[in-house]
Design a protein around this ligand. Structure first.
Ligand SMILES: [Zn+2]
Length: 232
């Protein structure tokens, strides 16, 4: 494939795929064209090795998606915020999944003291802040790959905190039991690990409305292997 035109190859691959899907299930595309009712909002990294629908073994129509470099959830990013609002308030997805991954170039860049250049350093600033907030723990990890995985986990934890403080998400948790999950995709094994951040410990969301109070920032509370949301 390397020597031929990659775009033309991709188009012919699409043609073969569409033919195969239509043959396998004649109503697949007709049904798909009638509308979408995805149950999952996926927030992930733009990395080419993390295509959410493929790695979850799901199909077109199953997942509403926002991906950016290093899956950074910034409350002031109108792009992320618009996707969250549409998915949660309008499509009424049942799960919000924030997924980081191993070998993340953005995570490695945030751990480096050199500049990437252009707008990229600005974009990675929240991840740099995660690095500085956990400087001692990260510095104590001698293996570069493990350190990159650890900052990716901490980044997901920080992102889940931002999600839990989002009013659209808080309303949906309270009103209809929306679940928020923090996860990490291990590229070397293809497996996704639930990091336990979010609404769901083994007890799950208890539906009590005073768990969420407007005007305060929700925090994750850990205990007994479970995570739940509380307001401090
Ligand atoms: Zn990445």
């Amino acid at each position: 494939m390397a020597e031929q035109n990659t775009f033309l190859y991709a188009l012919s691959s699409n043609n073969a795929w569409a033919g195969y899907k239509a043959h396998q299930n004649p109503s697949f595309f007709t049904k798909l064209a009638s509308g979408q009712t995805p149950q999952i909002l996926w927030l992930g990294c733009s990395d080419s090795r993390c295509p959410e629908t493929t790695i979850l073994g799901l199909q077109p129509g199953d997942i509403f998606v926002h991906r950016n470099i290093a899956n950074i959830i910034s409350p002031t990013d109108i792009n992320t915020s618009a996707v969250i609002e549409y998915a949660v308030a309008h499509l009424k997805v049942k799960h919000v999944v924030l997924c980081g991954h191993s070998s993340c170039g953005g995570a490695a860049a945030a751990l480096s003291d050199s500049r990437v250049g252009g707008v990229l350093d600005t974009w990675l600033t929240p991840l740099k802040a995660v690095r500085y907030a956990h400087a001692d723990e990260l510095a104590a990890i001698t293996d570069d790959k493990k350190r990159t995985v650890r900052i990716a986990e901490l980044n997901v934890e920080a992102g889940v905190k931002v999600l839990m403080a989002n009013f659209t998400i808080q309303d949906a948790i309270r009103d209809r039991g929306l679940e928020v999950h923090g996860t990490l995709f291990d590229i070397a094994s293809g497996r996704i690990r639930d990091l336990g951040f979010g609404t769901r410990g083994s007890v799950g969301f208890d539906g009590s409305s005073d768990e969420v109070v407007r005007g305060n920032h929700a925090q994750l509370v850990f205990g007994g292997g479970n995570a739940k949301m509380a307001v401090r």
